[in-house]
Design a protein around this ligand. Structure first.
Ligand SMILES: Cc1cc2nc3c(=O)[nH]c(=O)nc-3n(C[C@H](O)[C@H](O)[C@H](O)COP(=O)(O)OP(=O)(O)OC[C@H]3O[C@@H](n4cnc5c(N)ncnc54)[C@H](O)[C@@H]3O)c2cc1C
Length: 437
């Protein structure tokens, strides 16, 4: 394949959510953009549960509903707390979500990223797949001025490089732009796609047409580790998975596959996937360090966006919307610097951070800045002890066996105190409230 000789306004590394948002925004504004993706096609390396948040995509591609491969729009969300045999849950469903422009959709990334990439090309960017960026090129003063790839032909130059390389961010780390990922700041998620006829999915989840349902679950399913199970309905498949912190997997010597198997065989999940055919299996990392894990976001000749910048809201399980928004905002900042004919220096690219700080991305992450540490250091309590207590309390309440209600209430209170002590309960509640506010 031919190597590219010309110089670009911007090079975008990666064709995931953040890279596509950045490349599309800059190319639509007339910038000369080169996007490099190591995968065989955009999306081939990407894994997502996956919920896509329409509002954030609409700000980038307003007419996306015309041709984007959307699976189901979500009308129902279930949050489950599970033990070995049961689940306790809250459940929100509203017909209001059957709106003309639905708010959240399930997507399959392999298809969605391909679509987004077609739009990026349509906007005028040059997109090269099967091209791994191996190195950032710097000038004598250390400013990033381009990249080298695994193709023959030497360096490719640009005024600015957008690192949208995803959670591992190897280029940024190797290039000294950020530190290595810490195992307690990243989760490993494993996921399977279970194929079922459309009508079976509709019947099992009580949805019709393009309506969809999501189940997210915590509890003994994560074996005392900080983790989450998830089930998302697509048109003709169900995405089922579970993820826990890498540090917890290592400390407990647990296998992610064993957790997923146990989840599939849980009595609350098994009937939902019964008879399905598993066609795809994937494992991927998710940044979970939150606000405190955000690295330096800009420098001389470079900005970093999306998962590579650790912009992931683990509390609300949102990643793609933060990725798209950071990609768009970085692109808008670059466009402004370019319009002023200013150089892409650290000082000028600081505009990206100023704009991002004002967005929901940083505001949300800042709000939950203490949450990752709290959940990590108290995983056993929040992911095993309390789920078990809640389940026992629910069963005690539901089971009618002639025990007077007052005795049932006393037994439930005693169980909570025995498990955590009065001081422990108050302290857990206060710490959770403080981390949440
Ligand atoms: C199991 C799972 C479920 C999830 N569920 C949800 C969900 O329901 N909703 C949600 O909003 N988020 C979800 N997320 C998070 C979401 O997937 C990410 O936040 C999002 O994909 C980040 O986008 P990105 O563009 O920053 O990174 P990515 O999507 O990872 O894209 C990075 C791209 O860069 C390419 N690349 C990397 N290095 C190089 C290189 N050197 N040269 C060239 N190309 C390179 C990769 O091949 C890849 O295509 C989930 C994540 C996982 C793992």
């Amino acid at each position: 394949m031919q190597m590219i000789k010309e110089e670009f306004d911007a090079i975008v590394i990666g064709a995931g959510m953040s890279g596509n948002a950045a490349a599309y925004t800059m190319a639509s504004d007339g910038l000369k953009v080169l996007q490099l993706e190591r995968g065989e096609y955009p999306g081939s390396k990407n894994v997502q549960g996956a919920i896509m948040y329409a509002n954030m995509l609409e700000k980038i591609v307003p007419d996306f509903r015309d041709d984007a491969p959307l699976e189901r729009h979500l009308v129902e969300q279930r949050l489950w707390v599970m033990d070995e045999t049961s689940h306790t849950g809250i459940h929100y469903r509203s017909d209001d979500f059957n709106e003309v422009k639905p708010n959240r959709y399930t997507i399959i990334r392999a298809q969605f990223d391909k679509w987004f990439s077609r739009r990026v090309r349509g906007a005028g960017a040059t997109v090269l797949c099967e091209t791994t960026v191996t190195e950032l090129v710097r000038d004598a003063k250390g400013k990033v001025i381009g990249v080298r790839t695994d193709r023959a032909g030497g360096a490719i130059y640009a005024d600015v490089v957008v690192l949208a390389e995803g959670v591992c961010g190897l280029l940024g780390t190797r290039g000294g732009l950020r530190k290595m990922l810490k195992p307690e700041a990243v989760a490993l998620a494993v996921k399977e796609m279970h194929f079922l006829p459309e009508e079976v999915i509709e019947q099992r989840f009580g949805v019709k047409g393009s309506e969809g349902c999501v189940i997210e679950a915590i509890g003994t399913i994560s074996h005392g580790m900080a983790g989450l199970g998830f089930l998302y309905t697509n048109k003709e498949s169900i995405s089922l998975g579970i993820g826990c912190l890498v540090s917890d997997f290592a400390a407990k010597m647990e296998s992610p596959y064993a957790l997923l198997d146990a989840l599939k065989n849980h009595p609350s999940i098994r009937p939902l996937i019964a008879g399905s055919e598993v066609k795809e299996y994937a494992a991927h990392l998710i940044p979970e360090g939150g606000y405190k894990a955000i690295p330096q976001l800009f420098g001389d000749g470079w900005v970093v966006v999306g998962d590579a910048a650790q912009l992931n809201n683990a509390v609300h399980r949102e990643g793609s919307n933060l990725a798209m928004t950071s990609g768009r905002i970085a692109a808008e900042a670059i466009i402004q610097v370019k319009r002023r004919n200013d150089p892409m220096t650290k000082r000028n690219l600081a505009l990206y951070k100023t704009m991002l700080d004002k967005s929901f991305v940083v505001k949300d992450l800042r709000k939950y800045k203490d949450m990752p540490a709290l959940l990590h250091t108290n995983a056993r309590n929040f992911f095993t002890t309390y789920p078990l207590l809640m389940s026992q309390a629910a069963q005690n309440f539901m089971r009618v066996d002639g025990t007077p209600k007052i005795e049932k209430e006393k037994a439930t209170t005693a169980a909570f105190i025995k498990a955590r002590s009065r001081l422990g309960l108050v302290s857990d509640a206060i710490r959770l409230a403080l981390a949440w506010r």
